[in-house]
Design a protein around this ligand. Sequence first.
Ligand SMILES: [Zn+2]
Length: 119
Amino acid sequence: MNIDKTANIVSECACALGEPCSSYAAGHSMHFLQQRLASATPSKWRDGIVERIEADGWTAVRLLETDERVWLWNHADLTSALQPAEPVTLHVGYDVLAHGDARFNVAVLQDRASAGPTR
Ligand SMILES: [Zn+2]
């Protein structure tokens, strides 16, 4: 991943301008097929713990099996849906983040530092 690709992920939708989301790209609206495929492949879910959650849509998750930290991006502010230290599951085949009954389409970055400035 490079800076340009991340910039495209974040800005390719009208939701970046405050308008309703019209995109099924990574990190935007969940397509029913994406959710169905994730449900149909249960072996691809990985347990994790929320490490950081930011209002700009970025969430850091520590995957328990590999102790790997991944950065996830969603076009919405998820700070009301997720809290640090909460358990989540990430579908590594179809990039779906699950928490309770909620499902989010996420863009997955192994290393956010390579994708743009960190704070
Ligand atoms: Zn969007």
